[in-house]
Design a protein around this ligand. Structure first.
Ligand code: HEM
Length: 174
């Protein structure tokens, strides 16, 4: 496992721009490394993500201005004892993040489904591009968004070690 700061390691890219009435829809697959890939699509003001990660432990996905844990908005998800879970976290700096709702924020990453098979976790979730949780979320705007990722090898939420990094994604063209 290598720490990935590589930008835009996008091995397979499909951008579909289709006008359904007034709705512009885009989709793309981002391959960060052998152990972390995600598909995204935007429909109106909703971003939908499907992550596949090579772990049976927790998985994190988020956005942050610097591509690290400074002022980051993350969700952490997985399947524990057969039950899917997802929580909306934020962090001001590197270290254990805080659940938004524990400090007066709102839960804005919404789990659609999660499953775990043979050491691989797959989860689909959504987030509004602009959540309105101004203290703990950053809006996803046009241009480059720094997506952060991480995972651990158990569902007890502990330091990810080298299994974390960032990738630049343009969710909305400028
Ligand atoms: C128990 C929870 C966590 C702890 C204790 C923790 C701790 C840390 C620490 C100490 C660092 C700085 C040292 C290093 O680069 O490894 C770091 C970096 C980082 N963390 Fe976390 N973290 C946690 C969860 C998360 C989550 C959920 C995400 C993403 C969704 C994340 C994303 C990152 C990223 C992108 C970096 C920068 C890595 C790099 O520069 O290559 N962390 N974390």
């Amino acid at each position: 496992m290598t720490k990935s700061n590589m930008f835009s390691l996008v091995l397979s890219t499909t951008i579909l721009c289709t006008v359904f009435g007034a709705t512009l829809r885009r989709e793309q697959r981002v391959v960060v490394n052998d152990d972390y890939q995600f598909d995204w699509s935007i429909s109106e003001d909703i971003l939908m993500i499907t992550v596949t990660a090579g772990t049976a432990g927790y998985v994190g996905f988020g956005v942050s201005p610097e591509g690290n844990m400074n002022n980051a908005d993350q969700c952490v998800f997985g399947v524990q004892n057969g039950s899917p879970y997802l929580n909306d976290y934020h962090s001001q700096k590197a270290g254990f993040p805080t659940i938004d709702t524990d400090v007066g924020g709102t839960s804005d990453w919404i789990l659609i489904e999660a499953s775990e098979t043979d050491g691989t976790t797959t989860a689909t979730f959504t987030r509004k591009l602009i959540t309105g949780d101004v203290n703990f979320d950053q809006p996803i705007l046009s241009g480059i968004t720094k997506v952060i990722w991480a995972f651990g090898f158990s569902d007890s939420f502990e330091y990810h070690g080298t299994a974390a990094g960032s990738v630049d994604v343009v969710f909305i063209e400028e």
